[in-house]
Design a protein around this ligand. Sequence first.
Ligand SMILES: [Zn+2]
Length: 69
Amino acid sequence: MIYLRVRACIKCKEYLPIHPSNVQSNFMLKEFEKKHSGHTVVTLELNEVKGEYQNAANKRDPKPASMEA
Ligand SMILES: [Zn+2]
């Protein structure tokens, strides 16, 4: 049985699946870490993520608002 790992922000109730071999996923992970820096971000297995968490990959903005100068 394969357990998919996710990075989850406890504060925002968002998570992002980790696909180690996927470049796009690695990029999104970096963005996720940046967006939630200062929050409590933990690594969980997908089956530990409860329904109240949103998949960040499904609600990502066209451009990160924090990057606008
Ligand atoms: Zn957060």
